[in-house]
Design a protein around this ligand. Structure first.
Ligand code: CTP
Length: 435
């Protein structure tokens, strides 16, 4: 049995002092309203494992919305509530969020009807969850602050590093849990329990996953691809026969495996290079996963996954252009042996980062890879010193010549044949004069 003070000392060690204060405050508001309050789920799991988890999940035995509003009145923050589900989110003044759930649900089926009230216990609430490791609760009310509640052997499974469902119908009730099991297994470095794995295989065989809507499947896939080690998750998906839900022909060949490893390498290289980079690293892995599919197959995969129309078009176009441009660049490289910086620049300019990284992972040509890397590190940031305004002052009439001349100056700058603004102006004058 884990003692309250062990839990408290874990909190003090692993959480920010402000978060510990919030936990105590939650308990005190519960005391005032005479409602039992618990921290639950992933937050407790991660606290016990010593992992970071900023999302605080709280369950109130009673009306959670009322509780959330009382908390916000006393401690500041806004409340967004969902009457139908008896849930609320408290957004604290510092922007952090607390999810609040109720074990007492009261909702109106139709206007004017009497409310439907569902009353269940904390134990029932926890029993509805996906895996034992997510069923731990910690009491927050002052008199018993820090009491660990473990109805389903969660603590034992945490120590044994096992992902286990609570009952045999878990994956039938919610097939997304198949992907969640993989995600937790890989992220926490746990192992899916034998019986749980058999239930997954059974769900796959009985085609329960076919019923999963595209959007939900995509959300789960993205989450796996966003993990620190996406390859492990993809490998597990492959061994459980799940890749075919992305596309029937998809399999983890040796080539694909190598390409994924290269993608992981280039993604971490790029993240190190640009710490603040805003791009979707998951789409790099997604593009690599779909590399063997032709354009039609790629589009049908996006449709199956309910990728938004806009994003699908963007991705499909960039994928096609990326393949064509890189093939062109490679041909040129073979013909000439070496490429000018400006040639590399104008080939790659306009392609999204995701597609460039995908191409970088895909190519077997080391020189081509070097070209893309040079584009990222040096070329893409190069700018001319002369501007359109300078051209206007030199009397150039409006028209497509502006772009041509500025691109020619940019080429010269990329190739190192102009160094100063004067050099550039001289070049511009020559170009305008038609020299
Ligand atoms: N849950 C579930 N079945 C699902 C999704 C969620 O039972 N398909 C439960 C889980 O037990 C989880 C809780 O709802 O503890 C909250 O879900 P989520 O925030 O996705 O889980 P976390 O465990 O917090 O995961 P993460 O660390 O990735 O945020």
């Amino acid at each position: 049995q884990v003692k309250n003070r062990e839990i408290e000392s874990l909190m003090n060690r692993n959480l920010a002092p402000a978060a510990v204060r919030v936990l105590h405050d939650l308990g005190r508001v519960g005391d005032r309203l005479e409602l039992p309050v618990y921290a639950v789920g992933g937050f407790v799991r991660d606290l016990l494992l010593g992992h970071d988890n900023a999302d605080m999940d709280v369950t109130v035995e009673g009306d959670g919305i009322l509780f959330a509003e009382a908390f916000a009145v006393q401690h500041g923050g806004r409340v967004k509530s969902h009457q139908k589900f008896g849930t609320a989110v408290i957004v604290l003044p510092d922007g952090s969020k607390i999810d609040v759930a109720s074990t007492r649900l009261e909702y109106y089926e139709s206007p004017g009807a009497l409310p439907t009230v569902e009353h269940s216990s904390l134990k029932m609430d926890l029993y509805r969850r996906d895996f034992t490791v997510n069923t731990l609760a910690i009491r927050l009310n002052a008199a018993s602050f820090g009491t660990l509640i473990d109805y389903f052997g969660a603590y034992r499974d945490l120590q044994a590093k096992v992902i286990r469902v609570l009952h045999n119908l878990s994956f039938v009730e919610d097939p997304t849990r198949v992907f969640r099991a993989i995600r937790f297994e890989q992220r926490l470095n746990f192992k899916i329990a034998r019986h749980t794995e058999d239930l997954i295989k059974n769900a796959v065989k009985m085609e329960f996953l076919e019923k999963l809507g595209g959007r939900r499947l995509l959300t789960e896939l993205i989450q796996i691809l966003k993990e620190k080690e996406p390859l492990k998750g993809i490998g597990r998906m492959a061994s459980l026969g799940l890749l075919r839900f992305i596309h029937p022909d998809l399999e983890l060949s040796l080539t694909l495996q190598e390409m994924l490893e290269d993608a992981r390498y280039v993604v971490s290289w790029y993240d190190m290079l640009y710490l603040e980079a805003s791009y979707e690293s998951w789409s790099v892995f997604f593009l690599v996963l779909c590399d063997s599919l032709n354009d039609d197959e790629f589009l049908s995969t996006c449709n199956r996954l309910a990728v938004s129309e806009h994003f699908k078009e963007k991705l499909a176009l960039a994928r096609r252009q990326g393949n064509e441009l890189l093939a062109g660049l490679e041909r040129k490289l073979i013909q000439q042996g070496k490429l000018d910086n400006s040639e590399i620049y104008f080939f790659l300019r306009g392609l999204p980062v995701e597609v460039l990284l995908y191409q970088m992972a895909k190519t077997r040509n080391a020189e081509l890879r070097r070209c893309i890397s040079l584009y990222f590190t040096k070329l893409q940031g190069v700018r001319t010193l002369v501007r359109g305004d300078d051209l206007k002052k030199l009397g150039l009439a409006k028209g497509p010549r502006y772009r041509e001349i500025l691109d020619a100056v940019l080429s010269a700058r990329l190739n190192g044949s102009v160094h100063s603004r004067e050099d550039e102006l001289q070049l511009v004058q020559g170009l305008i004069a038609g020299l």
